[in-house]
Design a protein around this ligand. Structure first.
Ligand code: ACM
Length: 276
């Protein structure tokens, strides 16, 4: 975090945020972790978001196959690798992984902070065949602190449920970290709306490439992006390129929920008319 002094003597904190868009090699965990480690070494950034299931790839033929690749948090190789990276480079990382917890397997996003804190979010809305592979998440939509900035996590298909982003916004999230393996072509467009309707920064870290398993082929759509609280595109990656952009933002911009001088996103809500 850097501080910029404004003319009035006020300080605004600047955060360097980004994502790593790449093509993981299916089921080659060590290769993928080594590749991420090498890409992120010496990076000058405060927060980097990686895709969903970034070390294993996405497609598994069965739950028992997935089970071979699921790791405990924080003692598995993925968390250990990122703990080391975060401490060494004073970095905060959000990444997606298959988490083993007793007899459960979760599709999990993990935030590892530069001080070595580990926070988890387990995907609540499982997509298509994930329903036969993973257990649905049981963690609430919570925010976590990176220095004085509050961040929230959701995973891929969770974007389809506006309640998720709204819950995180109401909990104070200024930045949403969104590890993804997106396949629906309009997904990126929807996250513009989620960012603007909650006035939050949104880091969508998608992957590229394709995976095949038997007769099934999935093509991942890339186009990872960072959107501002006003719905403006701050960075967009290509649909099939490896990219590691870092941009500067002022997280405090996401604290202002005013849409017009007379409209506040939160205080204008008509909860008396909404269905729960
Ligand atoms: C998805 O939720 N991985 C599409």
């Amino acid at each position: 975090m850097r501080c910029l002094a404004k003319g009035s003597g006020l300080e605004i904190k600047v955060m360097r945020i980004g994502f790593y868009q790449f093509t993981p090699i299916p089921k080659k965990v060590k290769l993928n972790l080594d590749r991420i480690k090498s890409a992120l070494s010496h990076i000058q950034a405060d927060l980097i978001v990686l895709p969903e299931l970034c070390a294993t790839g996405y497609l598994f033929t069965s739950r028992s196959e997935l089970s071979k690749y699921a790791e405990p948090v924080p003692d598995g190789p993925s968390c250990m690798t990122f703990l080391d990276l975060c401490r060494t480079y004073n970095l905060n990382i959000v990444f997606g992984m298959a988490e083993r917890n007793s007899n459960k397997i979760y599709n999990t996003a993990v935030l590892i902070t530069a001080e070595g804190k580990v926070h988890c979010y387990r995907k609540a809305h499982l997509f298509l065949n994930e329903k036969d592979r993973f257990d649905p998440g049981n963690t609430r939509f919570q925010v976590f602190q990176i220095n004085s900035t509050k961040v929230g996590m959701l995973i891929c298909f969770d974007y389809f449920f506006p309640e998720v982003a709204r819950s995180l916004a109401l909990a104070g999230a200024q930045i949403i970290c969104h590890p993804s393996n997106l396949v629906l072509d309009y997904a990126q467009k929807m996250t513009f709306t989620r960012a603007a309707e909650n006035r939050m920064f949104w880091i969508l870290a998608n992957r590229t490439g394709r995976e095949e398993s038997g007769a099934k082929t999935i093509i991942f759509t890339g186009r990872s992006q960072i959107v501002g609280p006003d719905g403006r595109l701050l960075y967009r990656a290509g649909s099939d390129t490896e990219e590691l952009p870092v941009i500067e933002i002022a997280p405090s911009d996401a604290l202002d929920k005013k849409v017009t001088p007379r409209n506040d996103l939160f205080s204008d809500r008509r909860t008396d008319l909404y269905q729960s």
